[in-house]
Unconditional design. Structure first.
Length: 480
C-alpha cells in the first residue's frame, strides 16, 4: 500500500489522514510537534472552562460534504448557534453581523452621512483607475473612503502591523467578503426576516470547544489505522533523489523526526506537508536552492498573543465577541468561550480571550503574563468594558504563525517557494500554512479532501486535477 507521511496535525493534515485511512487509500503516519492536535484551531481547558486559540466558528458556507462529514463525527455535539457580536466604532457599539436597526439608529451620525455621500459619489469616482493597487486603495474604491479609513484600515494596521498602503490588494480580496456597497447591503438584508437565507447570522460550534473538530478527525483517523504521533518534531525532510544509490522500488522519501530526544527515520512514498512552506524549505534535503531559501525569509507571518483572563463571575457580557478597530484599544478582539457554546458550566467563572497581534520576538511577545493581563484590562477599560470581578488567573498562548501577511511583492517570493515545492515529485504542500493562504477550517478540510481525491488506488497522483483544485482554493474568502 502507498505510504504517506503527513506533516502537521491541524485541520488540513488531520482531514487528509482521515480520508486516506478510512478509504484504505494509503498507509498514513501523521507527525505533530505539539502534545495535542488542532494547531491554531485547537482547544484546551483553563480553570475548568474549555477555551479555543482565539475566536473560531464553523460557518454555514462550509462545503456540504465537509459539513456532513463533521456532523457524522460529532453528532449532537455540533451545535447550531446564533451570532451575537458587536463592533466598537467611534465610541459606539454596532451589532455584528450588521443589523438594519443598528445602522439606522446606532451609527455615529457623521459616519453615516459620509458613507451615504460616498455611495452617491461612487459612480463618478476615479479611485479605481487612479490609485495604485493596495489593500487600502482597493477597499476605498470598493466601499468608499469612509468605511475604509474609519474601520478597515485602522483594523488592518492593528492586525498585520503594516501600513495598509503597503499591503497587496489581494489581502482585501481574501480577507473582506463585503467589499462593495452592494455586498454590504446584502449582508445587512440577511438579517431581515423573510429575506434571510438559510444559515445567515448563525454558526456551528462543537460542544466542548472548536478543537473538538480536530480531535474527532484525529480519533476517527486513528481508528481507521492512521499512526498519529504527537510530541514529535520534524528535523529533516529527505525528498526524492536524496540518495541515488537507493535500490529501485524503494520508497521515494524519508522524514527524520525526534520524539523526546530520540531520532527516527520514517520512509514514505509521498510527503504531504501542512507546515509553513518556509519551514518546509528549510528542512529539505537536498537543500533548497539559495533563491528559494531567500524567498522563504521574505514570506511573512503575523504572530498573535492570546491573553486569557479567568474571571470570578458567571458571564462577562451576553456577546460572543467584541471587535475593536480603534487605535486606542490595544487588542483587536475579545471572545467569551462560554457564550459560543451557550454553557453555564462552571458556575461563578468565565474566561475572556483577548487577541493581540504582534511581531514574534517583539516587546509584546516577550512580555510577562502579568504585564499582558494588565494590558488587556487597560484595553477593556478604554473600550468602556471594565473588568470589575476578581481576575483569578492570567494565561497566555503564543502563536508564531497566526496570519499570512500579503505585503506588496509577497507573491513573487511565495511563487518561488511554491514552484520549488510543486517541481518535487511526491511532495505536496497544502493547507493554510502550506499554501500561505487566508482561510477558515472548512477551507483547510476541503483542501485535504481534494488532495485525497487526486491520489489513486495504485499510488498515482493526478497533478492536473490538483491544479484545478488550486484554482478553486484561490477563490476562498475568509468568513468572520
Amino acid at each position: 500500500m502507498t505510504k504517506v507521511v503527513i506533516l502537521g496535525g491541524g485541520p488540513a493534515g488531520l482531514g487528509a489522514a482521515y480520508e486516506l485511512a478510512r478509504n484504505q487509500r494509503a498507509e498514513v503516519t501523521l507527525i505533530e510537534r505539539n502534545a495535542v492536535v488542532g494547531g491554531n484551531a485547537g482547544s484546551f481547558t483553563l480553570a475548568d472552562v474549555r477555551v479555543d486559540y482565539g475566536s473560531h466558528r464553523l460557518h454555514p458556507s462550509c462545503d456540504p460534504q465537509i459539513l456532513a462529514e463533521i456532523r457524522g463525527l460529532l453528532g449532537d455535539d455540533l451545535l447550531d448557534r446564533p451570532r451575537h457580536g458587536r463592533i466598537r466604532l467611534q465610541g459606539r457599539w454596532i451589532h455584528f453581523p450588521l443589523k438594519p436597526i443598528d445602522l439606522a439608529f446606532r451609527l455615529p451620525p457623521s459616519f453615516a452621512l459620509k458613507v451615504a455621500r460616498d455611495i452617491l459619489a461612487k459612480p463618478f469616482s476615479t479611485r479605481d483607475k487612479a490609485a495604485e493597487p493596495s489593500f487600502s486603495a482597493s477597499l476605498a474604491a470598493g466601499l468608499g473612503p469612509t468605511i475604509a479609513e474609519d474601520f478597515y484600515i485602522p483594523y488592518a494596521r492593528k492586525i498585520w502591523g503594516v501600513d495598509p498602503d503597503e499591503l497587496d490588494a489581494v489581502q482585501a480580496a481574501r480577507r473582506v467578503s463585503a467589499n462593495s456597497p452592494g455586498k454590504l447591503v446584502r449582508k445587512v438584508l440577511n438579517a431581515v426576516p423573510g429575506l434571510k437565507p438559510q444559515g445567515a447570522g448563525r454558526f456551528f460550534y462543537p460542544r466542548g470547544g472548536f478543537g473538538r473538530i480536530s480531535e474527532a478527525y484525529a480519533a476517527a483517523a486513528s481508528d481507521a489505522g492512521a499512526d498519529i504521533r504527537l510530541n514529535t518534531s520534524v528535523s529533516e525532510v529527505r525528498l526524492p533523489d536524496f540518495d541515488s544509490s537507493r535500490p529501485r522500488g524503494a520508497t521515494a522519501c524519508e522524514v527524520v523526526v525526534e520524539h523526546f530526544g530520540s531520532a527516527e527515520t520514517i520512509a514514505a512514498d509521498y510527503i504531504w506537508s501542512t507546515i509553513p512552506i518556509s519551514v518546509l524549505a528549510g528542512a529539505a534535503q537536498p537543500a533548497a536552492p539559495l533563491e528559494v531559501l531567500e524567498a522563504a525569509k521574505r514570506v511573512e507571518f503575523r504572530a498573535m498573543l492570546l491573553v486569557y483572563l479567568v474571571l470570578e463571575q458567571d458571564q462577562f457580557t451576553e456577546f460572543d465577541a467584541h471587535y475593536f478597530p480603534e487605535a486606542n484599544v490595544a487588542v483587536t478582539r475579545i471572545s467569551e468561550p462560554k457564550n459560543y457554546s451557550d454553557s453555564d458550566i462552571p458556575s461563578g467563572r468565565t474566561v475572556l480571550c483577548a487577541e493581540l497581534p504582534c511581531a514574534a520576538g517583539g516587546p509584546e511577545w516577550s512580555a510577562s503574563d502579568e504585564e499582558l493581563g494588565a494590558l488587556v484590562r487597560s484595553a477593556l477599560e478604554n473600550a468602556g468594558l471594565p473588568v470589575r470581578s476578581r481576575v483569578a488567573e492570567v494565561a497566555v498562548r503564543r502563536l508564531a504563525q497566526a496570519y499570512p501577511i500579503y505585503r506588496k511583492g509577497y507573491d513573487t517570493h511565495f511563487a518561488r517557494l511554491d514552484a520549488w515545492a510543486e517541481a518535487i515529485p511526491r511532495l505536496l504542500s497544502f493547507g493554510r500554512q502550506g499554501l500561505f493562504a487566508h482561510d477558515n477550517t472548512h477551507h483547510a478540510l476541503y483542501m485535504a479532501n481534494a488532495a485525497c481525491r487526486c491520489l489513486s488506488a495504485d499510488g498515482g497522483f493526478d497533478l492536473a486535477r490538483w491544479q484545478d483544485y488550486r484554482r478553486i482554493f484561490a477563490t476562498h474568502v475568509v468568513e468572520d
